[in-house]
Design a protein around this ligand. Sequence first.
Ligand SMILES: Cc1cc2nc3c(=O)[nH]c(=O)nc-3n(C[C@H](O)[C@H](O)[C@H](O)COP(=O)(O)OP(=O)(O)OC[C@H]3O[C@@H](n4cnc5c(N)ncnc54)[C@H](O)[C@@H]3O)c2cc1C
Length: 323
Amino acid sequence: MSANQILVFSEKASLLRELLGKARQEADALGWQVAAVVFEGDPAAASLGSAGADLVYPVPPAAGESPERLLNALAEVARQAQPAFILMGATKVGMEAAASLAERLDAAYAPWTVRFQIDPTTCAATAQCMLFASSGMATYQFTPGLVVLTSAPGVFPKPAEVEKTARVVSLPLAQPQGRLEVLGSREKVRGATSLEDARFVVDVGQGVKQREDLALVESVASLLGGQLGCSRPVSSDRDWFPEWLGLSGKKVKPDLCLCVGVSGAVQHLVGIRDSQRIAAVNNDEGAPIFNQADYGVVADLYEFLPAFSERIRARGLRPTWTA
Ligand SMILES: Cc1cc2nc3c(=O)[nH]c(=O)nc-3n(C[C@H](O)[C@H](O)[C@H](O)COP(=O)(O)OP(=O)(O)OC[C@H]3O[C@@H](n4cnc5c(N)ncnc54)[C@H](O)[C@@H]3O)c2cc1C
C-alpha cells in the first residue's frame, strides 16, 4: 500500500464527492492517489472514480451502525492502506469518529477545515479552519506526518465528472466491533426536494409561537416555491421538523433565505450564511439577525406574513427560480 495517498470518507454521498474533488486537486499536484472508503454493497462505489477516486476500500456495513464501529473500521483501513492524509466529512458521525481516529493513529487533527494545501516539497499540510462556529479562523501549519481533517458540506465545490472508474480493493477487514447495539431505526421524513437544493428557504424560529401558525409561513413558502427550514429549538424541543439549520444541522445556500422569528444566534447562522440573500422579520430591532440580513423588517410576524402573502398574490409575483 502507498503512503502517497489521501484517504477520504463521508457517509453522505454528496459530501464524499465534494471531498474527493478537493483531494484529487491536491493529489494531482503531488502525484498521489486518492482512495475513498465506502460501505460494502454501495452501488455508487465504482462510480466514485468520476469524482476523482483512484481506489475504493469497502468496509462492512456494520461500520455504519455507530461512530465507534466506524472508528474501528477506519482505523483498520488506515493501518493497512497507510495514507499520508485523511479527509472526512464534518457530519455528526464524521466529527465523532475523526477526532478519535487521529488519536488512535497518533495523527495531527483539525476540524471544520475550509481550505488546505499540501506542500509538494515537504508534504507538510497547512489548513485554515473555522473556530467558534465560524466567528474566528485558525491557520494550522502541520509538521510532515499523518493529518486528519474534517470539512463541512458545501465548503468544496462538487467536482466536474470525469470518465474514470475507481478500482475496488477489498482489504482483509474483520467485522468492526462496538459496545453500542442498534435496537431499531426508522427513516427520516423527507420532502420532495432536499433543503440543500432549495432556491428559496423560509427559516422558522421560535418567534412562531404555535404549530398551527406554520400555515402562515407555509403560505409564503408555497407562493414563492420554497422549502421550510428552522432553528434547532423548533426542531429539537418542539419537534415540528425532523431537522434544523445550523452548526449541528443542515447548511443551505438558497437564492433567498427568509428568517421569520429567528434571533440570529451564531450557531444558527452557520447554516444559512451561504445564502445569496438573507431577509429577516423580527419584532426586536436589536435582534442579531439584522446584522447579517441584507433586508430587515422590524415587525410582528403575525402582521407581516399575511400582508406579505396578500401583496404577492395581488401582484401575481413569480420569483425567477419558479420560472
Ligand atoms: C453547542 C450549540 C450548538 C447549537 N447548534 C445550533 C444549530 O445548529 N442550529 C440552531 O438553530 N441553533 C443551535 N444552537 C442554539 C442557538 O444558540 C439558539 O439558541 C437558537 O438558534 C435560537 O433559536 P431561535 O432564533 O429560533 O429562537 P430565539 O433565540 O428564542 O429567537 C426568537 C426570535 O423571535 C423573535 N420574535 C418573537 N416573537 C416574534 C413575533 N411575533 N414577530 C417577529 N419576531 C418575533 C424574537 O425577537 C427573537 O429574536 C446551538 C447551541 C449550542 C450551545
